[in-house]
Design a protein around this ligand. Structure first.
Ligand code: ZN
Length: 229
């Protein structure tokens, strides 16, 4: 089986945009799938569609917004105040239960129908914000489950799994898309494009990584190369 097609689970944020360009480097044909999961800010979806256009790839929007009525979290419920950091004994309330499980499962069904068996997601265990569905063990487990469920030979690629945010900036830079990632993506939990609001947890992580990368470019680029070997 020739494997030259990939489907990127694509939010329009820093991580999945970097993964999109990583996929374009490694596969001949790249598709994206973006999910409406009841997030408060439609600007994320607009950013995803715009970036897919810039990258010249197929954009597919999947509406699973009913998920917001099942699991309570501060990304979809505007009455909740967002946790600034991870509480000691639980996940932060920005965690959307089942999100990556559903995203990847639906993506796999769609991919299978399109003859795609390589799925790319931007999860990272290094900077995982306390979200259990960003860990390598979950991805490996789900990969096995998807293959058993659909008698397929899926491979879930996680290029950022062991990278920190500074290294993710370095990867975007080495792929030649630093400015696109910096200016066009929406990572901010308050839905502000580019640099974001500057004070939500997602902005803290993104901006701290950018600062570290800007201060020590050569060192971070070298650590990226070493970690990719
Ligand atoms: Zn923010």
């Amino acid at each position: 089986m020739k494997r030259d097609k990939a489907l990127v689970v694509f939010s329009g944020g820093q991580d999945s945009t970097t993964c999109l360009y990583w996929a374009l480097r490694h596969f001949g044909e790249v598709h994206t799938m973006t999910f409406a999961y009841g997030q408060k800010h439609s600007v994320e979806i607009e950013a995803a569609e715009r970036i897919a256009g810039l990258a010249g790839v197929d954009f597919h929007l999947m509406d699973i917004s009913q998920i917001a009525s099942v699991g309570k979290n501060s990304l979809t419920d505007s009455t909740m105040v967002m946790d600034d950091e991870k509480p000691e004994n639980s996940v932060p309330n920005t965690f959307v239960p089942g999100r990556n499980l559903l995203f990847l499962s639906i993506a796999a069904v769609y991919a299978r129908e399109s003859g795609i068996y390589d799925i790319v997601t931007g999860v990272s265990q290094t900077d995982f914000s306390g979200y259990p569905d960003c860990r390598d063990s979950f991805i490996r487990s789900l990969n096995v489950t998807l293959n058993l469920a659909m008698d397929g030979q899926f491979v879930i690629h996680t290029p950022l799994m062991w990278l920190d945010k500074a290294q993710t900036w370095a990867l975007a830079d080495s792929l030649g898309v630093f400015d696109i990632v910096r200016n066009e993506t929406v990572t901010c939990y308050n839905g502000i494009k580019g640099e974001g609001c500057g004070h939500c947890p997602a902005c803290h992580l993104r901006n701290a990584g950018l600062e570290k990368y800007s201060q020590d470019k050569d060192i971070v680029l070298k650590s990226l190369k070493d970690s990719l070997i």
